[in-house]
Design a protein around this ligand. Structure first.
Ligand SMILES: [Zn+2]
Length: 378
């Protein structure tokens, strides 16, 4: 198990499709992780960077891909700090599950950033300033303490409380959950911070017995990679932007159980995001089923996305490189196809579309995709 064929060295000269982009993922992760501590936020930013690099790859020389990726990652990390105001404006969309977004809004593109931004917007300005100065700009606790005329220890304690709070707010925004009682947030903060005294004061145990919302969130808080709660199969109804996040997370969980590497998890989550976004954008309603496959001879995951939308009149045309299904982020179906090992689209105009894709572990080194760069040869 766990053994993978040794991946090819970083010789990016040969024409091997998007492998060169996938090989950038560890670099992107390093850049993001050196500036952001929360690993879920790191995942989100790495994935968003990957999507943007793929969307731009036709405009970039191969040997400038890496600098481009690093710049994009840095800008996204920066945007998390800057995006607070936009996120505040969009926060209601995340919480209510918007059904009627304004036509030109960029929420699709900013979906991950918005979840983070919505969480950041729940912090007080002082909490946010100190956290961002420390986590994003890299300012040390000693310097922050000097600026605020307090001690480094007090700053460190404040940072811990703020991180605990942000974890809770991130989960709430991500799950689009509004806590049912006034006690929920204090209880969740105390749990997240591991503050036993405060937990006793609040009778958190009693609260968890009667509050399903906090019970569910506390399980995620204690183990944010739920090992037991994950089934081998997930069905996600997809109608609004928040469902894109859910589909991506379920895919990541199941793929993690199937034993994929962190880099592969990013690839899979990105592909699922793309087909889920397509459903929200064009079909309005659909369903994504993600399954772990563990059989003799093959192990991996399959993803089936069905919608009852208008269908695609010319599937080969829609699979053309450069065919952009929606403006702004040119990944779409061709992008998802490049990321996965198997990919199939069946569509009937007026009835709907089914996308089937699979990713396998331990597969032999990639053979070059259609090197003509034209559409699929089917
Ligand atoms: Zn509660």
């Amino acid at each position: 198990m766990g053994d993978r064929p040794s991946s090819p060295p970083a010789s990016l000269d040969s024409d091997r499709g998007d492998d060169s982009i996938v090989e950038l993922i560890p670099l992107i992760r390093r850049v993001v992780a050196s500036r952001v501590r929360d690993y879920q936020l790191v995942d989100d930013l790495v994935q968003e960077t990957l999507a943007r690099v793929m969307a731009a790859r036709h405009r970039i020389e191969r040997d400038t891909l890496a600098p481009y990726a690093v710049t994009t990652a840095r800008n996204l990390v920066f945007a998390v700090g800057q995006g607070t105001d936009r996120a505040r404006r969009n926060a209601h969309l995340l919480v209510d599950g918007a059904t009627d977004p304004p036509p030109d809004h960029d929420l699709l593109r900013e979906e991950e950033t918005s979840v983070v931004g919505a969480a950041l917007a729940r912090l007080s300005p002082a909490e946010r300033d100190v956290l961002l100065a420390h986590e994003v700009e890299g300012t040390g606790t000693a310097e922050l303490a000097a600026r605020r005329e307090t001690s480094p220890g007090a700053i460190a304690a404040q940072l811990n409380r703020t991180r605990a709070k942000l974890r809770v707010e991130y989960l709430l925004a991500d799950a689009a959950v509004v806590p049912p009682t006034d006690r929920c947030r204090p209880v969740l903060f105390a749990l997240s911070a591991g503050d036993r005294r405060r937990q006793r004061e609040l009778d958190t145990a009693g609260h968890l017995l009667e509050c399903d919302c906090c019970l569910a969130l506390s399980l995620t808080l204690f183990d944010r990679r739920p090992p037991t709660a994950v089934d081998d199969e997930a069905r996600v109804r997809v109608t609004v932007d928040a469902d894109v996040v859910t589909a991506r997370q379920k895919g990541r969980e199941i793929a993690a159980r199937a034993g994929f590497t962190p880099t592969e998890l990013t690839v899979i989550a990105t592909a699922i995001s793309e087909i889920a976004r397509n459903i929200v954008k064009f079909a309005q309603r659909g369903e994504i089923v993600i399954r772990m496959v563990d059989e003799p001879g093959r192990c991996g995951i399959t993803v089936v996305a069905r919608d009852s939308g208008p269908g695609i009149a010319d599937v080969p045309d829609a699979m053309q490189d450069g065919y952009s299904t929606y403006r702004g982020l040119g990944l779409g179906l061709p992008g998802a196809r490049r990321l996965m090992d198997e990919f199939d689209v069946a569509s009937e105009v007026g009835k709907g579309t089914t996308v089937t894709m699979a990713k396998w572990r331990n597969r032999p080194p990639v053979k070059p995709p259609n090197t003509t760069g034209k559409g699929p040869a089917q």
